[in-house]
Design a protein around this ligand. Structure first.
Ligand SMILES: Cc1ncc(COP(=O)(O)O)c(C=O)c1O
Length: 395
């Protein structure tokens, strides 16, 4: 055990002194001790990475690819990523307009560090993935939350116009579709209506499309196809190819901007890891990977349908889960709420859920279930939730 010199205590930045560890992971750990608990807590695929993708990583190591790789990722990876985006979503990217990052997590930090000066504002429709607000605050920017609870968890053109009236100098807007924690997706016409407003501004649009391959009832529409000149697009292999541990994400943006984002990326990480780059190159390549992703999507949809049926049977209000692997539903207004409620559900119903509060104040009163777990467990968890909530009135 090594003790920090007393003169160095409390000299670090306030953000880390006052910060708390990730609440979702801590809670998920906490309820692991409950016998027979089914955890619908953590947001990561339960599938194994497809074999041909693993093999590409293994070959990279066997071939002694042990030196620093190109900072933005290899040409092969960037070409395959560009082809993937262009063929799936109708974007027009070249390999030079792509950076391979250490997951979308790094892409988020790199982007806000590049575009925000101290005090610059970023509009975030809420509830939303907490890392955006964390990164914005970390780099000295300011978060402008827009509560979308009353509009099916989607930002509307009216809300955006209104927000721009009170925050005319906002620098950027974040759109996440499919959404985490809500699983909600924007349709083409909804995005087009937003684009009509955004086009009149000088806002950067940070479009996080990490769940783009996990869309069930309609095709995914990329903001980067509708408004490429203002969009900073995030995608990656974490969710689509069950590769969260490989840590490869991508940023796609106009070349002028990519060159500036690349400077921050290089300062932070030098380059992504070679074996992970080789595996992601294979994942983005055409062919067998499509079949693997399709298989996962079909299975996620089966689970979604089962869980959605249970939440309907329990008479609970929900957001329509068009994509990702989350179901977002409302706890009955009477009775326990938020962290007290999920602790009670874990103890009595033996189902692990995440309270909406983990996704910001605007998530209060709601619950997130991740169905990235075995179908049989999802069905059983759904039945347990019906038993727990059964008899409650819809609210
Ligand atoms: C909306 C969203 N963006 C980004 C990430 C992080 O992705 P990565 O694992 O590629 O860093 C997640 C992970 O849960 C997410 O839900």
């Amino acid at each position: 055990m090594v003790e920090l010199k007393s003169g160095l205590a409390a000299t670090t930045i306030p953000l880390v002194q006052n910060g708390k560890p990730n609440a979702i992971l801590a809670f998920s750990q906490e309820i692991s001790t409950i016998p027979d608990v089914i955890k619908l807590t953590v947001g990561e695929p339960d599938f194994n990475t497809p074999e041909h993708i693993k093999q590409a990583g293994i070959e990279s190591i066997a071939n002694n690819e042990s030196h620093y790789g190109p900072s933005n990722g290899t040409v092969a990876l960037r070409e395959n990523a560009a082809t993937f985006l262009n063929s799936h979503y109708g974007t027009q990217y070249d390999a030079d307009e792509i950076i391979a990052t250490i997951g979308v997590t790094e892409a988020i930090y790199v982007t806000f560090k590049t575009i925000l000066n101290a005090g610059d504002e970023v509009i975030i429709p809420t509830p939303n993935f907490p890392l955006y607000a964390g990164a914005i605050t970390f780099v000295g920017g300011k978060v402008v939350n827009v509560n979308t609870t009353a509009t099916d968890f989607k930002l509307t053109p009216d809300q955006l116009r209104e927000t721009l009236t009170t925050h005319p100098n906002a620098k950027a807007l974040v759109i996440t579709s499919p959404g985490n924690p809500t699983g909600v997706i924007y349709s083409k016409s909804e995005l087009e209506a937003l684009v009509a407003v955004i086009r009149e501004t000088n806002l950067f649009v940070v479009s996080d499309e990490i769940y783009s391959e996990l869309v069930f009832d309609q095709n995914h529409v990329s903001l980067a196809a509708l408004l490429p000149e203002q969009t900073i697009l995030f995608n990656g292999v974490s969710k689509s190819h069950a590769m969260t541990g490989y840590r490869i994400g991508i940023i796609a943006a106009p070349a002028d901007l990519i060159n500036q984002l690349a400077i921050v990326h290089q300062l932070i990480v030098t380059a992504p890891t070679n074996a992970a780059v080789a595996a992601a190159t294979e994942a983005f390549g055409a062919g067998a990977d499509d079949a693997a992703t399709t298989g996962m999507r079909v299975e996620y949809q089966r689970r979604r349908d089962a869980l959605l049926a249970a939440v309907k049977t329990a008479g609970l209000t929900y957001a329509y889960p068009g994509g990702a692997f989350y179901l977002w539903f409302k706890a009955p207004a009477d009775g326990l709420q938020d962290w007290d409620l999920v602790r009670d559900i874990a103890q009595k119903a033996k189902v692990g859920l995440i309270p909406g509060l983990a996704f910001g104040e605007d998530g209060r009163g709601w619950l997130r279930a991740s169905y990235a777990t075995r179908y049989e467990d999802v069905v059983e968890a759904g039945q347990r939730l019906v038993n727990y909530f059964g008899g409650q009135d819809e609210n």
